[in-house]
Each structure stands twice: as structure tokens, then as C-alpha cells.
Design a protein around this ligand. Structure first.
Ligand code: ADP
Ligand code: MG
Length: 260
């Protein structure tokens, strides 16, 4: 893959729900390796719809999405076979769900949650798997002696950090995050955000981060797209958009007049 080739491209992505309700409309962008794209907008602006299309959970009504696969280069993700798509989800892609319950197996040990993903990419040696799980627990600031505890006994912040460890252990090239700090106490949010920023930077991860919280994109995102009623109303470098918003809606968002 050439350095200048995008990792993910969206071209005119449109999702209409039954009854004609607009989920998102005509969204286009390129995401390059190592780049973090933030998507912001108030509740109902289409952020999750777009993310679900990008991560192949939902097929758009119109438009196309391509991912730069290791074997075939830029490939329309909906032209892949179901097994190929599932393989992508286990290897090159990681999805951080807002609710850790959607991304973890709550009744399986913390180490098992991380190890399971390693086994999905072919790891077989028990000792290595456990050691790698331990390493990742440490990286996400979970004490080693919690490795055999189940996530349902963890705090919300710990569950979210475990979810991140489970994803990153497979060395994904692209991570999707939907409101990664949503539903957490403010102090816990700050710690998680710090951790995420460190990991994204040190691993050179590419990510698409959806949030209504401008503090999240301020810290994580290189570029920003602002959505309103399913459409992108403004996009650019994060600092430029937040410090000098041009669209009146972005100006409202930034001035925190809008309750999101
Ligand atoms: P956000 O994540 O920004 O809050 P969503 O993508 O969830 O926005 O929603 C965008 C629009 O699509 C809203 O008008 C919402 O009501 C609608 N919508 C979302 N999911 C569905 C669905 N499963 N069926 C019908 N309409 C939906
Ligand atoms: Mg949403």
C-alpha cells in the first residue's frame, strides 16, 4: 500500500430508513493511515448511522465505502463475502462500543476476553496468550491480579479499558469508536481519554471517532466532520474547525449553546 493511499474512503454514503427518514446523506471523505477523524453533531444528527455503515454493520442505501485491504488494495466492503468481512472485523478493524457490554463477554475472565481475540487471529500457545493478555491489561492500566476476574465485576471505566485492550491486542489498522467516553463519570472520562490518546499516538492508529463531546475530538481527532440532520455541514482540521468555525451550526456547537 502506497503511503499516499487512503485506508478508508466513503463516497456519497447515504442511508435512508424505512419511511424515508434520513440517517445520513451524501457523506464523502478519505481517511489516511494513522489519521484520526472525529465526527461530531448533536443527538440524531446521523453519527451512529454513518459509523454503522462505515464499519459494515449496515449497508448504505446509496454510495460506497472502500477499505484498503492487505491483499487487494481499496475494496468495496459490501462486495466482500461475509467470511471476508468477518475476518476484517476480527483482524484489521476494531470497534469500541459505547456500552462495554456490546464489546465484551461479561461472564468470561478479563484475560479470556483479550485471549479470545488473539486466538481468533490464530494464536494457539496458552502461555504466550496469557502473557500477551497480561501485557495488554497493564497497558490499559488494569492490575495484573484482575486477569481472572470477570468484567461484570469491573467498574464502567475498567470495562471500557478492557474493551480497548481486547481490540488492540490484534493490532488493528482501523478503529471505530462510538461515544467511547459516553456514560462514564467526568473524572473517569478524562483518564480514559488520556489513555486513548496515548495509545492512538504510540500505535499510529487510524480511527473514526463519533461523539457529541467536543473535548473528545479536541484531544483525539486530527480532522473533524460536523454533522447536522444527516449531512456534513463543515469539515477541516480539528483546531481550525473548533477555533474558527464557519458554519452557524458549528458556531452554536462550539459556543455550547446547543444542548447535545
Ligand atoms: P446520532 O448517532 O447522531 O445520535 P443516529 O444515527 O442515531 O444519530 O440517527 C440519525 C437519524 O436516523 C435520527 O433521525 C434517528 O431517529 C434515525 N434513526 C436512527 N436509527 C434508526 C432506525 N433503526 N430506524 C429508523 N430511524 C433511525
Ligand atoms: Mg449515536
Amino acid at each position: 500500500m502506497g503511503v499516499s493511499e487512503p485506508l478508508l474512503t466513503a463516497d456519497g454514503v447515504t442511508k435512508l430508513y424505512p419511511g424515508g427518514r434520513v440517517g445520513c446523506r451524501d457523506v464523502s471523505f478519505n481517511l489516511y493511515p494513522g489519521e484520526v477523524l472525529g465526527i461530531v453533531g448533536e443527538s440524531g444528527s446521523g453519527k451512529s448511522t454513518l459509523l454503522n455503515c462505515l464499519s459494515a454493520k449496515m449497508e448504505p442505501t446509496a454510495g460506497s465505502i472502500s477499505f484498503n485491504t492487505r491483499t487487494s488494495g481499496l475494496t468495496d466492503i459490501f462486495q466482500l463475502s461475509e467470511p471476508e468481512r468477518r475476518l476484517l472485523m476480527r483482524t484489521d478493524w476494531g470497534i469500541v462500543h459505547q456500552n462495554p457490554r456490546d464489546g465484551l463477554r461479561m461472564g468470561v475472565s478479563a484475560g479470556g476476553n483479550v485471549g479470545e481475540r488473539l486466538m481468533a487471529i490464530g494464536a494457539r500457545h496458552y502461555g504466550n496468550i496469557r502473557q500477551e493478555a497480561l501485557d495488554w491489561l497493564t497497558r490499559v492500566e488494569i492490575a495484573e491480579d484482575r486477569i481472572d476476574d470477570r468484567p461484570r465485576d469491573f467498574s464502567g471505566g475498567m470495562q471500557q479499558r478492557l474493551q480497548i485492550a481486547r481490540i488492540l491486542v490484534s493490532n488493528p489498522r482501523l478503529v471505530f469508536m462510538d461515544e467511547p467516553t459516553g456514560g462514564l463519570d467526568v473524572s473517569v472520562q478524562a483518564r480514559l481519554l488520556d489513555l486513548l490518546r496515548g495509545l492512538v499516538r504510540s500505535l499510529g492508529l487510524a480511527a473514526v471517532v463519533v461523539t457529541h463531546d467536543l473535548a473528545v475530538v479536541r484531544l483525539l481527532a486530527d480532522r473533524l466532520m460536523v454533522m447536522k440532520d444527516g449531512e456534513v455541514v463543515e469539515s477541516g482540521l480539528t483546531d481550525q474547525v473548533l477555533d474558527d468555525p464557519h458554519h452557524p451550526y458549528t458556531q452554536l456547537l462550539v459556543s455550547a449553546v446547543l444542548q447535545v
